[in-house]
Design a protein around this ligand. Structure first.
Ligand code: C5P
Length: 219
């Protein structure tokens, strides 16, 4: 029906930060709250979609009968969860703040305090979004970009590199946008480099704008 336009669709969404273990008690993480991704998951479910939410460590609640939530910690676990489900997905949205690097050799025992400096070698994590973008049979793909300068130029390049159908850009320069806060200011870029700009608004309202754009493109 028109009230539940996504009734027959399966939507996968990544959200939150990732935690990359250093030793049993320490990790490398970031300040992503998971709020934007949670809001999108709830909005998709409210429009009738079957939602697979792959969530990094976050206390944000996402209870809904149409949301199937898988909690993960590291980027590798998020990658594995995405690839176990992506073949049966119609729309995939990558809102997670995935760590670009992880400790090369996480150790089994807590690292002891010894010398004045400590070096931890890092290795690159897989780019989950790009790995799906490179598939021949793939869902409608939505990525996110957080840029601090030359936003549009970098966003166009990112959309092309990761082969997204839509790219959601949030600028760190805007007050009320980004990590931790309950509001966000976005622009959405499509494959033809059309840019739709939106006002600063609560993340629940931003989620509606993003889902509206997806529906316009896929239905
Ligand atoms: O390259 P950058 O990190 O700016 O790209 C951001 C986009 O790529 C987001 O959609 C993010 O969820 C996704 N990403 C990912 N896996 C990574 C890094 C980023 O899925 N390892």
């Amino acid at each position: 029906s028109s009230k539940l336009p996504l009734k027959d669709k399966v939507c996968l969404i990544t959200a939150g930060p990732t935690y990359e273990p250093i030793d049993p008690v320490r990790f490398i993480g970031n300040h992503s709250s998971g709020k934007m991704g949670a809001a999108i998951a709830l909005e998709l479910a409210n429009r009738g979609a079957s939602v697979k939410l792959i969530m990094g460590p976050s206390h944000v609640k996402t209870d809904h009968e149409l949301i199937d939530r898988v909690d993960v910690k590291s980027a590798q676990q998020m990658y594995d969860a995405v690839h176990s489900m992506v073949a049966t997905t119609d729309v995939a949205i990558f809102s997670a703040a995935v760590a670009d690097y992880r400790p090369a050799n996480p150790v089994d025992q807590k690292i002891k305090k010894k010398s004045n400096t400590l070096t931890i070698e890092l290795v690159k994590n897989p780019d989950i979004l790009a790995s799906v973008g490179a598939m021949t049979q793939k869902p409608f793909l939505v990525g996110f970009a957080l840029e601090t300068e030359n936003e549009l130029e970098h966003a166009f390049a990112k959309a092309e590199k990761k082969q997204t159908d839509l790219l959601v850009l949030n600028s760190m320069r805007d007050k009320g946008a980004g990590f931790g806060v309950d509001t966000n200011k976005i622009a959405i870029i499509d494959k033809n480099k059309n840019v739709s700009r939106f006002e600063t608004k609560p993340k629940t309202e931003v989620a509606k704008d993003i889902v509206d754009e997806i529906i316009k493109k896929i239905l």
